[in-house]
Write a protein that binds this ligand. Structure first.
Ligand SMILES: Cc1cc2nc3c(=O)[nH]c(=O)nc-3n(C[C@H](O)[C@H](O)[C@H](O)COP(=O)(O)OP(=O)(O)OC[C@H]3O[C@@H](n4cnc5c(N)ncnc54)[C@H](O)[C@@H]3O)c2cc1C
Length: 401
């Protein structure tokens, strides 16, 4: 039959990764192919769920039942199994117990793994999964002090979530503000003050130089302050970003460049193998650049598009994804290239509380941050698609807060 897996283990569609992208892909396949066999393999022991509530809603009393995603009919789930190898020629994958599965079309929806610190310690939680949430939630039920390492997306959200449980918290942030890689400097500095007022201790501009696990006495973190301050805590949460899981794509000989490179139909450079979600590097026509996006809208939309493409659709993936976050009572939605190194123009209705920040390059809007400003995502996308040229003056009041 041309494959050496047990014929029982042969699937028309095989999805590796039981995250939001993998699940959305199964939905996409079912939209066009109601009966083709689908196997979705995930190394977590849980069925697909939404990750954003792990750092938001679940800490504010949202019921856990709400995070589970309805898996489409006729999708076989294989959970708690890690796919260790991929043979593109024989069109089969093998799990870590040696069982082989054959496929006609394969999707790599393998996402990313948290970047880790060199110091091994089981007092560090690399926050990514439902199990990480359960562990942290259980830990902060006691009066513990928590160190959050990193002031980016996950670090800022988790720090707020833990502080809302009335726990002592210290943030260690090497940059000069919170979200400093994304927000303009004044907004990143405002957030530091805002967090301080919420009772979060902040060590801003202090990189971590060492970490010592002192057993039942907790952990001690050394930072780059002159004199070498030591920060102590019972446990740490590290939010250091993720590294895309490209090993299987590499084994297949697929092109890799900051993730798995895909074309507009979400095909990798290897026939019948697709990739989508956090792991995929795709071209976006509105920005005229390649992107790898680590956000929910992209996982859902690109996952679905990949599923449809696997089932024969030839619609290109041209979507410019948006993302969002909540920081205590503040919240935002954003589209495009949010890079604090770009020229920015902040159009505040109320400084740092409500307004729009535009990110510009060569007279064009590259990104829009909608700060406590809602229902403007599509208008922001349209603005990014416009040629311009734009100036601060011409953008004032363009997207009303
Ligand atoms: C705590 C948290 C909060 C977030 N909040 C927001 C938010 O507010 N807004 C927003 O836009 N985005 C948010 N995100 C980002 C968003 O959740 C991700 O972009 C999305 O989950 C990516 O989905 P994915 O399926 O591509 O990858 P992942 O979520 O990484 O899922 C990949 C899955 O594949 C499995 N896997 C990997 N390799 C293998 C293998 N070889 N065999 C079997 N299984 C494998 C992994 O175990 C994992 O379960 C958040 C992320 C986290 C972690």
């Amino acid at each position: 039959m041309g494959f050496s897996s047990d014929p029982m283990n042969h699937y028309k569609y095989l999805i590796i990764g039981g995250g939001m992208t993998g699940d959305a892909a199964a939905q996409g396949i079912r939209e066009l192919d109601p009966t083709g066999s689908i196997l979705l393999v995930g190394s977590e022991t849980h069925a697909p769920y939404n990750r954003p509530p792990l750092s938001k809603g679940l800490w504010k009393g949202e019921p856990e039942e709400k995070i589970w995603r309805p898996v489409p009919k006729g999708t076989e789930l294989l959970l708690g199994k890690h796919i260790a190898s991929l043979d593109a020629k024989r069109k089969q994958v093998t799990d870590d117990k040696g069982t082989a599965y054959g496929f006609e079309k394969l999707l790599l929806a393998t996402g990313g793994a948290p970047r880790r610190l060199p110091q091994p310690s089981d007092r560090i939680i690399y926050y990514r999964t439902y199990d990480d949430y359960r562990r942290l939630h259980e830990s902060v039920a006691r009066p513990v002090r928590v160190a959050v390492i990193g002031g980016g997306f996950i670090g800022s959200e988790i720090a707020a979530a833990i502080r809302m449980q009335d726990r002592d918290i210290v943030m260690i942030v090497p940059e000069q503000g919170l979200g400093a890689r994304v927000f303009p400097a004044d907004l990143a500095a405002f957030l530091v003050d805002y967090y301080k007022k919420k009772g979060v201790e902040t060590r801003i501009g202090e990189g971590m130089t060492g970490l010592e696990d002192r057993g039942s006495r907790g952990i001690a973190i050394k930072t780059t302050t002159v004199g070498g301050t030591e920060v102590t805590a019972d446990l740490a949460v590290a939010g250091l970003g993720i590294v895309p899981n490209v090993d299987l794509a590499q084994q297949a000989g697929a092109k890799i460049d900051n993730g798995v490179v895909v074309d507009e139909h979400l095909r990798t450079s290897v026939r019948d193998i697709f990739a989508a979600g956090d792991v995929a590097n795709f071209y976006n026509p509105a920005l005229d650049m390649r992107l790898r996006v680590e956000h929910e809208d992209n996982a859902n939309t690109m996952g679905r598009a990949a599923g449809r493409a696997m089932a024969g659709s030839d619609e290109p993936y041209n979507h410019l994804p948006f993302f969002y976050s909540d920081l205590f009572e503040l919240g935002y939605e954003a589209v495009g290239e949010l890079d604090s190194r770009l020229e920015t123009f902040s159009d505040w209705k109320q400084p740092f509380r409500e307004g729009v920040v535009y990110y510009l390059k060569a007279g064009r809007v590259r990104g829009v941050l909608l700060w406590n400003t809602w229902n403007q995502v599509d208008a922001a996308r349209a603005l990014i698609a416009e040629k311009g040229p734009f100036t601060a003056k011409s953008l004032k009041g363009r997207l009303p807060a």
